[in-house]
Design a protein around this ligand. Structure first.
Ligand SMILES: Nc1ncnc2c1ncn2[C@@H]1O[C@H](COP(=O)(O)OP(=O)(O)OP(=O)(O)O)[C@@H](O)[C@H]1O
Ligand SMILES: [Mg+2]
Length: 341
């Protein structure tokens, strides 16, 4: 049963709230639309609610309020159809240690009621460099290989939406690169990808759009490029011919900083602002007789943007009463409550 949703929206989350049995409010009024075919990166500090949000969309945790449509299907009323469109690579690795790679992946496909398709599973395992290990028992694999098995399981039933909850946490550089290539390959085939990550460079490298969640609320959703342009500050650094002991009075109020050795002047400006003020600054430097031998500009990274956003959220007055202690990074229990049978 298809529900109304704009054609390019593949997941639509409305006024979603989750209060755990402990009384802890992990999600508050989350509205989020995921576009078909995009790579969406969800960023947020430990305990922000990323896994909870994903778990609700995937039907592992019940929402307390609000609704979710996945591929047009209500995740509660039309659970099976919604779930069959979705593949999930969970944050916590859990597999049947004594089963072989092949059997595990085959079983996962069967769970979704899909007919056996050895060719598809072979391709999945080959793409993930697991083909040589197909007969190996899971417990004999390395941590990185186990993570690949989780991905193979999630892809076994050919989902059109793939959730990756911190897919590259604790994996080596090579596997991370492989993972990125795989994700791009899936997107080329039209799969929508939602990933959470703590590696800002991963979001910077991979994502089309970025969402930031903090304390159960979505604080920002933006095209990556727009985000980096909009919030990005630029910095001009000037390497001086001879050191200064202080910023000259004639340059006061110019947003300037002097390095400790007095050899570098840093000028911070808004890359989107009207005029950078650089021309005026250079003119004034000339008038003051300050020579420089080199200059360069740098843009702030997504990491700085992210930190300032999450800190900004911290500084906001608490919008709703919340019984949780301030240290949200201290997770009380794993997400185990309320699993569907
Ligand atoms: N089953 C549960 N019962 C009670 N509280 C829970 C449960 N699962 C999660 N929480 C709490 O909900 C909040 C959000 O947890 P969640 O796992 O969604 O965070 P996260 O953003 O995925 O964090 P991380 O980056 O550490 O994976 C945390 O404060 C956590 O302690
Ligand atoms: Mg998590």
């Amino acid at each position: 049963m298809k529900e109304v949703a704009t054609t390019d929206t593949v997941i639509s989350v409305r006024r979603l709230g989750k209060t755990y049995a402990s009384g802890f409010q992990a999600l508050r009024g989350v509205d989020l639309d995921i576009r078909r075919g995009e790579i969406f990166a969800l960023l947020g500090p430990n305990g922000a609610g990323k896994t909870t949000l994903i778990s609700v969309i995937c039907g592992i945790v019940n929402a307390s309020e609000g609704s979710v449509l996945a591929d047009g299907h209500d995740i509660v009323r039309d659970y099976r159809a919604a779930r069959s469109a979705i593949g999930l690579v969970p944050q916590e690795l859990s597999t049947d240690a004594f089963e072989s790679v092949w059997d595990t992946v085959k079983f996962s496909r069967g769970l979704f009621g899909k007919p056996p398709d050895a060719a598809h599973l072979e391709k999945v395992l080959k793409d993930l460099s697991l083909w040589d290990k197909r007969a190996a028992r899971i417990r004999t694999l390395s941590g990185g290989m186990k993570r690949r098995v989780m991905i193979a399981k999630a892809l076994s039933h050919e989902p059109t939406i793939l959730f990756l909850d911190e897919p590259t946490a604790g994996v080596d550089v090579e596997l991370r690169r492989d993972m990125w290539a795989m994700v791009r390959g899936l997107r080329e085939r039209g799969v929508t990808i939602i990933l959470t990550t703590h590696y800002i460079e991963e979001a910077e490298e991979m994502a089309d759009r970025i969402g930031v969640i903090s304390k159960g609320e979505i604080v920002l959703v933006e095209d990556k490029a727009v985000l980096m342009r909009k919030l990005g500050k630029k910095q001009l650094s000037l390497h001086l011919q001879s050191p200064l002991t202080a910023i000259p009075a004639g340059l006061a109020g110019q947003n300037l900083e002097l390095s400790a050795d007095g050899l570098e002047l840093l000028y911070t400006f808004d890359a989107q602002g009207e005029g950078t003020g650089i021309a005026g600054l250079l003119k004034r430097l000339g008038e003051q007789g300050i020579d420089f031998k080199d200059l360069r500009t740098q843009e702030s990274s997504l990491e700085e943007i992210f930190v300032s956003l999450v800190h900004g959220a911290d500084r906001r007055p608490p919008s709703a009463a919340n019984s949780a202690p301030a240290g949200l990074a201290n997770r009380a229990e794993p997400v185990a409550e309320e699993r569907r049978g």
